[in-house]
Design a binder for this molecule. Structure first.
Ligand SMILES: NC(=O)c1ccc[n+]([C@@H]2O[C@H](COP(=O)([O-])OP(=O)(O)OC[C@H]3O[C@@H](n4cnc5c(N)ncnc54)[C@H](OP(=O)(O)O)[C@@H]3O)[C@@H](O)[C@H]2O)c1
Length: 232
């Protein structure tokens, strides 16, 4: 299915995975709406939607200015190292707001704007499939992303709608997010990078394009992917 001429909203388009997805889409003549806080970092050609996803009022305002889209890639997210046993609850709230609540609200607000054959892709993580020993509250937010996606699919089918919904679940990807995930454990980050050829943001972008290009009778529900060097 050709993507040329379609309009696709990408959250977190200013960095890492979202930037790579947006770049690939632009190369395929897609009209990219790039949502983030720092719109100066969007790839050239993306239409800027400035929005702080931790603020539900700002999300509702941002969507009120969008008329029609063919797909939404809910990619924005953050990984603060915050343990359950002694982490700062403010960090849990920040992650929950952006990774889960904002993503859920973006799904809801996108539905009336999506074309009949629309597609929603939510970026989860391998940390949404198994809980790493040192990831703190990040994995709970990514398990929730998968649950939100599955709940939405059930609701859509119950309502007789064919909008397809998917998650993409990467292992380690070499992006700025890892600097937060490994904050205070920089030596561990260096060791992790030395031990594997990490996924690149473009590896994830290729899978997102694959989902978008599948025929309408095919629904990919989740793509789990990790470096072939990654243990666990
Ligand atoms: N890197 C990995 O190893 C990895 C693995 C699995 C899953 N993931 C997931 O992949 C997604 C993208 O992560 P990444 O690695 O590409 O991280 P990144 O390079 O740090 O990019 C994060 C993006 O999210 C946006 N964002 C963060 N907080 C926001 C807010 N409050 N409002 C609006 N936008 C916000 C940032 O834009 P602004 O700062 O401009 O707002 C940025 O564009 C996340 O959901 C992450 O959990 C990453």
């Amino acid at each position: 299915m050709s993507l040329a001429g379609k309009t696709i909203l990408v959250t977190g388009a200013s960095s890492g995975i979202g930037y790579a997805i947006s770049t690939r889409l632009l190369e395929n003549d897609v009209n990219v709406l790039g949502l983030c806080r720092d719109t100066s970092k969007l790839p050239p050609g993306a239409q800027a939607i400035q929005c702080d996803l931790s603020d539900p009022v700002a999300i509702i305002a941002a969507f009120s200015n969008i008329s029609k889209i063919d797909a939404i890639i809910n990619n924005a997210g953050l990984a603060l190292l915050s343990r359950i046993s002694d982490g700062d609850p403010a960090d849990w709230e920040t992650m929950w707001r952006v990774n889960v609540h904002a993503l859920t609200l973006c799904c809801q607000k996108a539905l009336p704007l999506l074309s009949e054959d629309g597609q929603i892709i939510n970026v989860s993580s391998m940390s949404g499939h198994r809980v790493p020993s040192s990831g703190g509250f990040y994995a709970p937010t990514k398990f929730a992303v998968r649950a939100v996606t599955d709940a939405l699919r059930s609701e859509l089918r119950t309502d007789g709608k064919i909008t397809r919904v998917a998650t993409v679940s990467p292992g380690f990807v070499d992006t700025p997010l890892l600097n937060h995930y490994f904050k205070g454990r920089e030596d561990h980050l260096e060791k992790t990078k030395a031990s594997m050829r990490m996924l690149t943001p473009d590896d994830i972008a290729a899978s997102v394009l694959h989902i978008l290009e599948t025929p309408l009778h095919v629904e990919i529900t989740d793509i789990q992917m990790r470096s072939s060097d990654q243990v666990g």
